[in-house]
Design a protein around this ligand. Structure first.
Ligand code: HEM
Length: 364
C-alpha cells in the first residue's frame, strides 16, 4: 500500500503537535503547575503561623518589641561613601524598635534568644532610611528556597510547643553551605542585654557617592556600651531585657555606631550566609543615640514596617535575593496584622516612663 506523503513528513507533524503543546505548557507554567515550589508571601504567613505567630495583630516575626527614639549624627566618612541626604551632616530624628526574633509576642526574655534592632532615619526633605538588623553573625539561609525550608523547620510541635530539634538538624545537614553560619552562631558570645549588643544587617547594600563610585557594604550597629557577658538563665522577670533598656535610658542616653564593612574583591555580596574577609575595612558612617523608650502599643514604631529596601537615593539594594523576599513578606505581614484586633504587648505603657512622643520626636 502506498504511504501518504503527509504521514512521513516530520515538519508537518511538528507543525500540528507543537502549537497545542506550547500553549498547554504556557498555561501550566502560568498556573504554577511546572513550578510546584513557587512560593508567595502568603505561604510564609502560614509558616509563621505554624511557628507560633498568633492572629492578634503582631508582626509575624520579631513579635515582642518596644520603641525607642533619638537622633542620628552622621560622620564625614559616611558622606564620602554615599551622597544620601542622611549623611549631609544634619542631626536627624530616629525611631527604633528593639525586639526578640521569634514570632511569639509573649515570649519571656532569656539569654538564648536572638535579638534585633530596627531603625528609621529621616531627613526634613523626606529621605527615609530603614534598617532591620539582628545580633547573629551570619544568616542561616542564602536564598528563598532556604528561607522557606528554614521557617518550615521552625514549626512548633503540637505536643512540646517547641520546634522539632530533628527538623532543625535536618535543615542544617542538608545545607553544607550553611556550616560556617551555624558554627559562628554557636561560637557567638551573647551580651548581658539589649544595651550592649551589636546588630547586623547581614544582607549587603550598595552605596553611591557624589563621584558615582559604588561600594558594597554590610552594616553593623555597634554598641558603644562595654561588652558584658549574658548571665545564667536570665532572671525571673520575663521582661528583664526590655526593662534594663528602659531603666538605662531613664538614667542616660545610649549610643551605637553605624559601621559599614567595605566589601573587597571576592567577598560574596549577594549571599548573607557567607563570611567576608576579616581584614575588610570598617568605616563608621555615624552614631545613633537613643534617649527615650516607649511601649509599642501607643507609639509610632508599632504599626511601622522596617522594610530594609526602603532607602534614600545614594543607598540601594544589592542583588541578594533575600532583600526582595523580605520586602514582599514584610508588607504581607503588615497587611495581615493591621487587619486584626491587637491584644496588648508584653511590654506595656506601664513598664515605661514615656507614654507618648513629643512633637519634636515625631519630626514636626
Ligand atoms: C538578613 C536577614 C534578615 C534580617 C536581618 C531580619 C531582621 C528583621 C527585624 C529586625 C525585624 C523586626 C523589624 C521591626 O522591629 O519591625 C524583622 C521583621 C520581620 N521579618 Fe525579618 N529579617 C531577615 C530576614 C527575613 C526573612 C528571609 C523573612 C521571611 C521571608 C523575614 C520575615 C520577617 C517578617 C514577617 C517580619 C515582620 C514584618 C512586619 O510585620 O513589620 N525576615 N526582620
Amino acid at each position: 500500500m502506498a504511504r501518504s506523503p503527509h504521514s512521513a513528513n516530520p515538519a508537518r507533524w511538528a507543525a500540528v503537535i507543537l502549537p497545542p503543546l506550547c500553549l498547554g505548557g504556557f498555561l501550566a507554567w502560568s498556573a504554577g503547575l511546572l513550578t510546584p515550589a513557587s512560593i508567595s508571601p502568603s505561604h510564609f504567613m502560614q509558616r509563621f503561623h505554624n511557628a507560633g505567630a498568633p492572629n492578634t495583630g503582631f508582626r509575624r516575626a520579631h513579635a515582642k518589641g518596644m520603641c525607642v527614639t533619638g537622633w542620628f549624627d552622621p560622620s564625614p566618612e559616611g558622606r564620602a561613601l554615599s551622597h544620601a541626604g542622611v549623611f549631609k551632616g544634619e542631626h536627624l530624628p530616629v525611631i527604633g524598635r528593639f525586639s526578640l526574633a521569634p514570632p511569639l509576642p509573649y515570649l519571656p526574655d532569656n539569654p538564648n534568644i536572638a535579638r534585633s534592632l530596627a531603625l528609621q532615619i529621616r531627613t526634613p526633605s523626606g529621605d527615609d532610611w530603614r534598617m532591620a538588623l539582628v545580633d547573629v553573625p551570619l544568616q542561616s539561609m542564602r536564598d528563598i528556597a532556604d528561607a522557606y525550608a528554614f521557617f518550615k523547620a521552625a514549626r512548633l510541635d503540637p505536643v512540646t510547643h517547641k520546634p522539632d530539634p530533628e527538623a532543625v538538624k535536618a535543615y542544617a545537614a542538608q545545607r553544607p553551605w550553611l556550616n560556617t553560619a551555624f558554627e559562628q552562631a554557636k561560637a557567638h558570645q551573647q551580651t548581658s542585654d539589649l544595651t550592649n549588643d551589636t546588630y547586623n544587617s547581614l544582607d549587603s547594600f550598595i552605596l553611591t557617592n557624589d563621584a558615582g563610585k559604588k561600594t558594597a557594604v554590610r552594616w553593623a550597629v555597634q554598641a558603644k556600651e562595654p561588652f558584658r557577658p549574658a548571665e545564667g538563665s536570665g532572671a525571673n522577670d520575663g521582661n528583664y531585657l526590655f526593662k534594663r533598656l528602659v531603666q538605662t535610658l531613664d538614667e542616660r542616653p545610649l549610643s551605637w555606631d553605624i559601621v559599614a564593612t567595605i566589601a573587597r574583591e571576592g567577598d560574596p555580596v549577594n549571599d548573607p550566609s557567607q563570611p567576608w574577609n576579616d581584614a575588610d575595612q570598617k568605616v563608621t558612617v555615624g552614631t545613633v543615640t537613643f534617649t527615650k523608650a516607649y511601649s509599642e502599643d501607643e507609639n509610632p514604631c508599632g504599626p511601622m514596617v522596617f522594610d530594609p529596601t526602603i532607602l534614600p537615593e545614594g543607598i540601594s539594594v544589592s542583588q541578594d535575593p533575600l532583600l526582595a523576599l523580605r520586602a514582599s513578606v514584610y508588607m504581607k505581614s503588615y497587611a495581615t496584622r493591621s487587619a486584626e484586633h491587637k491584644t496588648p504587648s508584653m511590654v506595656t505603657p506601664n513598664d515605661v516612663a514615656n507614654p507618648t512622643l513629643t512633637s519634636d520626636e515625631k519630626g514636626q
